[in-house]
Design a protein around this ligand. Structure first.
Ligand code: LMR
Length: 357
């Protein structure tokens, strides 16, 4: 390893004993001072330089570690910290420890964190296009989502934040959303008058207004308490989030509606990302794509296993809808598409819808 201490003392014209004891002139006093400054620096510099050279990447997210996003972030950290040891260190902050999703995009732009993966429903301030992912009953299953995201329109959407200083590095799945409540919800009329927590998305607000319910925009970190205190009546989320945040313990009914999508975009700031050395960036991209592949596998697995764990707990009854009941939800919610066609673009909605085939 390069020894900064030795390299610095090698630059000195004399060794310390030569100067300090034999010459009392002012010039030599100055040399003495310069020397002690350099020697002092030589003792401090090795650590300082080593630290300065290590790039620290703070990755902030809001969910538990044992979730698709939590596992993805931890895998990314482990891969990078092993492969780029001494050059890059990734630190993961789960459970909204550092920032909730409302603040995290601002924090990225300010350089307070460097990576995040908010749900696609939380980018409204930066682009209206991503609202496409919130349209109710748009995707039949996660394979359709995958086809759309990997296709040209999906890839273009990753770049839709660039004018705002953010770079979309990739998508990550969580899965399809279910409805949880204090009462059984079988048909849209059952939801009328009920207060549902939603993410900060106008499409999701319109979706609940379509069934005559009251949408309440609140951070993820507050949902459990809001449910527990009956400040809200229900919420929509994936099996993984309902299980890992224990919503099923305070909501006696969960309707398997699969009515919408909860997916993520892994984002960074353009200033941070473009300032990285190209070889480091390439390694980070490689590690991220491996981590996302793992996260997507976890998402598929948890959509089944976390649902089963909820059923096995006996705390919540899982309601399976009949096809004609699903049709009722679809019929009342689908007019939301038209309402947002102007902001999202009819072509984009058509391309997403076409991914079902
Ligand atoms: C939510 O707020 O319900 C989700 O976005 C949380 C998450 O990141 O999965």
């Amino acid at each position: 390893m390069f020894n900064h201490g030795r390299a610095l003392s090698g630059w000195l014209p004399h060794n310390a004993t030569d100067i300090s004891d034999t010459d009392p002139t002012e010039e030599n006093d100055m040399k003495k001072l310069a020397l002690s400054a350099l020697l002092g620096a030589s003792l401090i510099l090795p650590a300082t330089l080593a630290e300065a050279k290590e790039i620290v990447i703070k990755f902030s997210h809001v969910v538990a570690e044992n979730t698709p996003k939590g596992q993805m972030a931890n895998k990314f950290r482990d891969l990078v910290n092993e492969r780029l040891k001494g050059k890059v260190k990734v630190e993961v902050f789960p459970n909204a420890q550092l920032f909730g999703d409302k603040k995290v995009l601002e924090a990225l732009l300010l350089g307070d964190v460097h990576m995040a993966a908010p749900s696609l429903s939380k980018f409204k301030k930066y682009t209206k296009k991503l609202q496409v992912f919130d349209l109710p009953f748009l995707f039949n299953d996660i394979n359709a989502v995958d086809r759309f995201q990997k296709g040209p329109e999906g890839q273009k959407l990753l770049k839709s934040l660039e004018s705002k200083g953010l770079i979309g590095l990739g998508y990550l799945h969580n899965g399809l959303k279910q409805l949880s409540a204090y009462k059984p919800l079988r048909v849209p009329a059952d939801a009328a008058g009920q207060k549902f927590r939603i993410m900060s998305s106008d499409v999701l607000a319109a979706q609940f207004e379509a069934v005559k319910a009251h949408p309440v925009k609140k951070p993820f970190s507050e949902v459990f308490t809001l449910l527990g205190t009956h400040a809200i009546d229900g919420q929509e989320n994936t099996w993984s989030n309902i299980y890992s945040k224990k919503f099923y313990e305070v909501q006696p009914y969960i309707t398997e509606s699969n009515h919408g999508l909860l997916d993520y975009m892994v984002v960074t700031s353009a200033e941070f990302w473009n300032g990285l050395p190209a070889d480091i960036r390439a390694e980070l991209e490689k590690a991220l794509s491996e981590a996302v592949a793992l996260g997507n596998r976890v998402a598929l697995e948890k959509a089944k296993s976390d649902k089963q764990k909820i059923i096995d707990s006996g705390r919540s009854t899982v309601i399976q809808l009949k096809p004609e009941e699903v049709e009722q939800w679809r019929a009342v919610m689908k007019p939301v598409w038209k309402k947002f066609e102007g902001e999202i673009g009819a072509d984009l909605i058509a391309a997403a819808s076409a991914a079902n085939k």
